[in-house]
Structure formats: structure tokens, C-alpha cells
Design a binder for this molecule. Structure first.
Ligand SMILES: C[S@@+](CC[C@H](N)C(=O)[O-])C[C@H]1O[C@@H](n2cnc3c(N)ncnc32)[C@H](O)[C@@H]1O
Length: 309
């Protein structure tokens, strides 16, 4: 059993992201700890902070007894460090001593341990072996740090998560702007296809993609409302100008949804919350698989929809 330690802020998105990459939908969620049987293609994940192998599950009454009896030699390599996550006052040294006594050739190493053991205190207590920590530099790829900025470009972490929700090996962004979503697809070796009707935006997207040394991409000066090729999935952040009237946006979105229905299998769409996305989608043939709210700032929340047929 594996434990995915998730970002708490966007918990429902974090869970959906892992499950999209898993073969089974079977899971248990305890606070922000997601338990599943599988190790997914984890290096691409956006909202998982760390992944562990679950060694045993216990509670306050049995913690010390279980630490004494578990055979840590099974997972121990050369040296170890124990950390406690959200501990309600346990002494890490005392618990580490129990593990030390349990090992055949114990060696502690606080700087570069070969075995990282962690005890996560949640509604339940999980004793774990750390397998992976997410060190992806999403913050360094924020829009204003790229060669060409676009003020409404999504946070790279969110863009990556949307790409993962699509589960396709080709990501098509039909309103690609400066290419934020395409960059995240390209960085995990998926083919990236972008449409935009603004030639300047396409040039910017090209510069941005090139700056990340992404090679497998296509950019087209093409109207998103006129998709006429079969695609497995579209991942896009719908355009909304501050000055556009909600009625005009609704008309554009509706046309886009209806036309794409004939060519695309799955869509991951980001709506501004001032347009009633759910109502619009229901007027089309698309089915809503998932819906998440993502807070941007006081006056804007985005609504994310995963649409299937
Ligand atoms: C919200 S921005 C996309 C931001 C993008 N996610 C990024 O990271 O830069 C919307 C883009 O949609 C483009 N656009 C608007 N209407 C379009 C249409 N009918 N077809 C294709 N692109 C369109 C605009 O030119 C603009 O670049």
C-alpha cells in the first residue's frame, strides 16, 4: 500500500490527479493522506508532496508496541533518519531509539540518510518509508519568469495537474495564449498542440516553449471554435476579457463546446466563475465527470470541469 501526502489547499484536485494516473479508482483518504495500492507515474504529479510505502498503520495506544515489533531491517539501507509529521508531542529521539534497537546494523544520518522513515500523525498513525519528494520547480516557471508573460496564465502547478487529468499522450490547448499549459505537457514528454487566433500570442508561445527546450509541439493560427480534427483530449483555459460581456462569453463557450463534441473524446476546461459553466455544459452533449473550484483571488475563482461523453 502506498501513501500519497497531498497538498491540503486543493485536496479534491490533488486526489483526482493521482486517481487519473492510477488503474483503479479504489482509494482511502484520511485527511490529506491518500492510500492506494499502486505507484503511479509519480514524477509528473503536481499536487502530491511526498509518496511513501506504508509500513504499518497504528494508533496512539499501540504505537510503541508496533514500533518495537515491526522488522525495520526489511526496508533499512545503510543509514536512517526518523521524522515525525504533525506529531502531537512525541519525542522523535525516543521513537528513533526504539527503531535503532530493532535494527541489526543501525546508523543514524541526519544529513544524507539512505532510509527516510516518517511517522505521520493524522486521524490514524501511519509508519512509512519515504520513496519520493516533489521537488519540481513549478514556482520558477510562473508566467512572469518566462520570456513572454501573459497576465492570465495559469499557475504552472495547476496547468500540470490539468494535463495529468487529461491522461492523454497529446495535449491540445485550443486557446493556448503564451503556452503555459503546453509547457507543462512538453516537460513531461507529451506532444503539445496549441491553437490561437492571435499571431503575436503564437510567437510568444513558441519563444516560451523553445526556452524550455521543448521540441515536440505544433502551433496553429486557428479558431478554437472550428476544431475539425479528432483529438483524445483538449485542455484549455477559456478566454475571458475583463470587458467582455457574460452573454458574449457564453455564446463563445457554447459554440466551442458544441463543435468540439464532434471531434474530441475528453475535455478539461477552466471557466471563470462569473459564467455558469455547469448550466452551459448541460445544454450540450458533454457529461461532467468532475468539477473543482480553484481560488485565484478575491474577485475570481475558476471552475474546472472534466468532461466526457
Ligand atoms: C486566457 S488566454 C490563455 C492563457 C494561456 N493559458 C497561457 O498560459 O498563456 C486566452 C487566449 O485565447 C485566445 N483566443 C481568443 N479567442 C480565440 C479563438 N476563438 N480561437 C483561438 N484562440 C482564441 C486569445 O488570443 C488568448 O491568447
Amino acid at each position: 500500500m502506498y501513501l500519497y501526502f497531498l497538498n491540503k489547499q486543493n485536496l479534491d484536485l490533488s486526489v483526482a490527479e493521482v486517481l487519473a494516473l492510477a488503474n483503479s479508482e479504489k482509494y482511502e483518504l484520511v485527511n490529506n493522506c491518500l492510500l492506494i495500492d499502486e505507484l503511479v507515474d509519480y514524477k509528473r504529479l503536481a499536487y502530491t508532496k511526498r509518496i511513501y510505502k506504508l509500513l504499518f498503520l497504528t494508533d496512539k495506544k499501540n504505537l510503541l508496541k508496533d514500533l518495537k515489533s515491526f522488522n525495520f531491517n526489511k526496508v533499512y539501507k545503510k543509514s536512517f533518519k526518523l521524522s515525525l509529521v504533525n506529531s502531537p508531542g512525541y519525542d522523535v529521539g525516543e521513537l528513533a531509539d526504539i527503531i535503532w534497537d530493532n535494527l541489526k546494523n543501525p546508523k543514524a544520518d541526519m544529513k544524507n540518510p539512505k532510509t527516510i522513515l516518517e511517522i505521520i500523525f493524522s486521524q490514524k498513525i501511519f509508519a512509512c518509508l519515504r520513496l519520493w519528494e516533489n521537488k519540481e520547480k513549478f514556482e520558477e516557471r510562473k508566467a512572469h519568469l518566462r520570456p513572454y508573460n501573459h497576465p492570465t496564465s495559469l499557475h504552472p502547478r495547476l496547468a500540470r495537474c490539468l494535463v495529468n487529468l487529461s491522461t492523454s499522450n497529446q495535449v491540445v490547448d485550443t486557446f493556448c495564449g503564451s503556452g503555459g499549459i503546453l509547457i507543462e505537457a512538453g516537460l513531461i514528454s507529451l506532444k503539445a498542440v496549441g491553437y490561437d487566433t492571435d499571431e503575436i500570442m503564437l510567437k510568444r508561445a513558441k519563444k516560451n516553449l523553445d526556452s524550455f527546450k521543448i521540441k515536440n509541439y505544433e502551433l496553429h493560427n486557428k479558431d478554437a471554435l472550428k476544431v475539425n480534427k479528432k483529438y483524445k483530449s483538449i485542455v484549455t483555459d477559456l478566454p475571458y476579457g475583463k470587458n467582455s460581456r457574460v452573454k458574449d462569453l457564453e455564446k463563445t463557450y457554447f459554440e466551442f463546446l458544441n463543435n468540439s463534441f464532434n471531434f474530441v473524446e475528453k475535455m478539461i476546461l477552466v471557466f471563470p466563475d462569473f459564467v455558469n459553466g455547469k448550466k452551459l455544459i448541460k445544454k450540450t452533449g458533454w457529461k461532467i465527470k468532475n468539477n473543482f473550484s480553484y481560488y485565484i483571488h478575491k474577485s475570481l475563482t475558476k471552475e474546472i470541469f472534466v468532461l466526457i461523453k
